[in-house]
Ligand binder design. Structure first.
Ligand SMILES: [Zn+2]
Length: 181
């Protein structure tokens, strides 16, 4: 790999010109599929509100099939997979998530850059506002957070709860570093 790993060089494979552009400009928001090497990026993109399948345990053939069927852009550090994905593949060079976000931001200038509470970062479920009709907080939410924080979101699929806190602040800082660089 050499010592230039942090130079954030980006290779987009435009084997079929126009398709990546078409995906990008569709009225519908771009959806992604992240391979096993960029799992952290998948979580960050979900924090940005994107629909991201994490291809944990999936073979390349399955990833390619899902990508084609659902028009999902493949995010990968695997050169061969990116080549096979043709215009629906983005080859990322950075090893760290901030570098990967930076590369993606360059490839997709309209990439959302602010944290949203619309997707579960763990399972990609669509978040809903927590039920306020009961006094008890949802599982995993401390009582002080529940009583002081209006906006608590819950994932109906895995039950995980999300709210503004130190964790999201860390993510915001990472996003800032990624997109300012
Ligand atoms: Zn979930």
């Amino acid at each position: 790999m050499g010592g230039s790993g942090l130079s954030s060089r980006l290779y987009i494979l435009y084997r079929a010109p126009g398709i990546a552009h078409a995906v990008h400009t569709m009225a519908e928001e771009t959806r992604w599929i992240a391979d096993e090497m960029v799992g952290k990026l998948a979580r960050y993109l979900r924090f940005l509100g994107y629909d991201v399948v994490y291809a944990h345990g999936m073979r390349d053939g399955q990833i390619l099939e899902l990508s084609r069927n659902e028009k999902r852009v493949i995010l990968t550090r695997d050169e061969l997979l990116a080549t096979r994905a043709r215009s629906l593949g983005i080859l990322l060079r950075s090893l760290d998530v901030e570098g990967q976000l930076r590369e993606l931001g360059r490839a997709f200038p309209s990439l959302r850059k602010e944290v949203q509470f619309t997707r579960c970062s763990l399972c990609n479920g669509r978040l809903v506002p927590a039920d306020r009709s009961t006094p008890a907080p949802p599982k995993g939410v401390p009582l002080d957070v529940w009583t002081t924080t209006r906006e608590v979101s819950v994932c109906p699929l895995c039950g995980h709860a999300f709210w503004e806190g130190t964790h999201t602040e860390e993510i915001r800082q990472a996003l800032l570093r990624a997109f300012q660089g």
